[in-house]
Design a protein. Structure first.
Length: 253
């Protein structure tokens, strides 16, 4: 009645074993009576490459009345991350993913935020070129897809993970203090640690499950990024220190 796809009579254990052995796989949900050759045609369709274009804001808009002004690059941002930045005394100007560096800087922000979003970061070469033009101009804080795009803009590399990180109970270690935080994550790509050498990039956070990079700090310009969603913390305010760090950078500390 509600046009919601449903699976029934499926051996979920067999699916689990297949994914465990082969990693994340392309799949389709089809009617039980569909012929195998028709199913194969669906499986052979090329992967969608324009997810960010589908979810970014169509036009510039503003939020909040704080004293600090943040330019937000929307690659598929969640409302709650905007509310979280606003809660730290910021007013926001939110730009579409297609906005140029010149357009972003023209609003004279105190800092720039690179948002989360779907898909492979390497599918966004124009965005990466724009980020290159923003580097060093203002303090920058990036999360999730924004974290990966900033790494690519600085000459590092990303790769598709065999198993992405999904869920609200992902343990992350902050190397500066040794403290472990529980984080919310939803990503299938990661920054390649081997590609960081000589780039002026330090690892700040790591995953306690598989050792992959969860945060980066840049030594040549005022930038830091994390792979997870700090506003969606399972604990009450566990990741507020990241927003406070961003505010400190914008205020010159």
């Amino acid at each position: 009645e509600q046009d919601i796809p449903t699976l029934a009579g499926v051996d979920t254990r067999a699916i689990t074993r297949k994914i465990r052995n082969h990693g994340v796989l392309q799949g389709v949900i089809v009617p039980a009576e569909m012929p195998d050759d028709e199913v194969q045609k669906l499986l052979d369709l090329p992967a969608v490459r324009n997810q960010v274009e589908q979810v970014t804001t169509p036009e510039v808009y503003t939020m909040g009345e704080g004293k600090l002004h943040v330019a937000v690059m929307d690659f598929g941002i969640k409302r709650n991350i905007l509310k979280s930045i606003e809660a730290f005394g910021c007013r926001l100007t939110v730009f579409p993913a297609s906005a140029t560096a010149e357009e972003v800087l023209a609003c004279d922000p105190d800092g720039i935020f690179l948002s989360n979003g779907p898909g492979d970061p390497k599918d966004l070469p124009e965005v990466i070129e724009n980020i290159k033009k923003l580097i060093g101009k203002k303090p920058i804080f990036g999360i999730c897809l924004g974290h990966q795009l900033m790494a690519l803009a600085n000459g590092a590399d990303t790769y598709k993970m065999k198993f992405g990180h999904r869920g609200i109970n992902q343990p992350v270690k902050y190397l500066a203090t040794g403290r472990i935080y529980i984080s919310a994550q939803n990503h299938g790509y990661a920054v390649d640690e081997k590609s960081l050498e000589g780039k002026g990039i330090n690892i700040s956070h790591i995953s306690m499950n598989d050792g992959t990079i969860e945060g980066l700090e840049y030594t040549k310009h005022p930038t830091f990024t994390v792979q997870y969603h700090p506003e969606a913390c399972p604990g009450p305010g566990d990741h507020d220190y990241l927003f406070k760090h961003f505010v400190d950078m914008m205020e010159g500390r």
